[in-house]
Design a binder for this molecule. Structure first.
Ligand code: NAD
Ligand code: LMR
Length: 327
């Protein structure tokens, strides 16, 4: 194995999602079993002792691919030379809160971190924002990275995408591996639009199998509120499933999506599907060699177009709320 290691920065490294993600990344689930990795684990000063314990556990796994582990509360060191960044570091919501309630407190984290990525990470870095509200936090981060292409930043709606695939597999009684062309549009919020218009189950259009009433009255609210349901049951927000989705998002971005399928990724809108530019919006995307492209030309019915408009309005309003963080 002669490839030089790829450096992966992980913020919120002492938190719950990072704990579920980093061992899988070190085991090769993100970049494959031929690619050595180095981990830059970033958190705030009070979290450093606990992060030291996690570093001992990483060591105790003797992962053959893991070449180096750096712990840091310093952004220059933490993001230095990073090829990939997972931004988990942010407060999660509790019971009864909306993700947007976190916007002022969490938003402040992403300006300085975006700037540090701009100044110290690899010029080809790829960044995934998971910390909520993820879409607007990603907008803040990319805004502070003017020397990088905004296309190097994305936010996570992949958990909503996988939640949808799983529920559709159960409803249609088909293997989840055969659920393709799912799309989650918009914001990672209760307004997100889980669209089954092009989705197939073992090649059959899902819409024909499940019907419009079930889609709108049961499936959509179920996906839109799934995060809240997990919090209600666990007393803590999703962690293992979020880590899984983050690894899948980054893996597919780097290694590519299957030829006849796509994934849901939140990226800076370029005006596709009439969505306002300047917001980070979830679109169907195909990826190849660390580039993503919004799938063009999908037809949306009047209901779908209304859903996209509602998401656009919500993201424009979030942008307005944090306008001071974009200056
Ligand atoms: P957690 O509270 O367990 O961990 C958060 C970690 O971030 C803590 O270790 C904290 O010290 C650290 N942190 C806080 N400020 C930081 C900073 N400035 N720099 C670096 N680290 C910092 O939370 P968690 O369960 O791991 O969730 C993390 C975030 O991910 C939350 O905002 C949560 O809502 C979000 N989330 C998003 C999705 C999604 O689908 N987009 C899914 C699940 C969770
Ligand atoms: C989720 O969807 O599980 C996360 O965004 C956590 C949350 O606050 O719902």
């Amino acid at each position: 194995m002669t490839n030089p290691p790829k450096r992966i920065a992980i913020t919120g490294a002492a938190g719950n999602i990072a704990y579920q993600a980093m061992f899988r990344i070190a085991a090769g689930e993100f970049l494959g079993d031929q690619q050595p990795v180095a981990l830059n684990l970033i958190d705030i000063p009070p979290a450093m002792p606990s992060l030291g314990g996690t570093a001992m556990e990483l060591e105790d796994c003797a992962f053959p691919l893991l070449r180096d582990v750096l712990l840091s509360d310093d952004l220059e060191k933490g993001f230095g030379d990073a090829d990939y960044v997972f931004m988990f570091g942010a407060r999660p919501r509790g019971k009864g809160m909306e993700r947007s309630d976190l916007i002022q407190e969490n938003g402040k984290i992403f300006g300085p971190q975006g700037k540090a990525i701009n100044d110290f990470s690899s010029r080809d870095v790829r960044v995934l924002v998971i910390g909520n509200p993820a879409n607007t936090n990603a907008l803040i981060a990319l805004h502070h990275a003017p020397d990088l292409d905004p296309r190097q930043f994305s936010a996570m709606t992949r958990l909503d995408h996988e939640r949808s695939r799983s529920q559709l597999a159960a409803r249609t009684d088909q293997p989840v591996a055969n659920i393709a062309r799912m799309t989650v549009w918009g914001n990672h919020s209760p307004k997100m639009y889980p669209d089954i218009g092009y989705c197939t189950a073992s090649g059959t259009p899902v819409r024909e199998l499940v019907g419009t009433d079930w889609h709108r009255e049961e499936f959509m609210p179920g996906i839109q509120q799934r995060g809240a349901k997990v919090i209600e049951a666990r007393g803590a927000s999703s962690a293992a499933s979020a880590a899984n989705a983050a690894i899948l998002h980054m893996r597919d971005w780097v290694q590519g999506t299957p030829k006849n399928d796509w994934v849901s990724m939140s990226v800076l809108s370029d005006g596709s599907y009439g969505v306002a530019e300047g917001i980070v919006f979830s679109f169907p995307c195909q990826c190849s060699e660390s580039e993503h492209a919004i799938v063009p030309g999908l037809e949306l019915d009047a209901f779908g177009r209304e859903q996209l408009k509602a998401n656009e309005a919500e993201l424009l309003s979030e942008r307005e709320t944090i306008a001071d963080l974009l200056s």
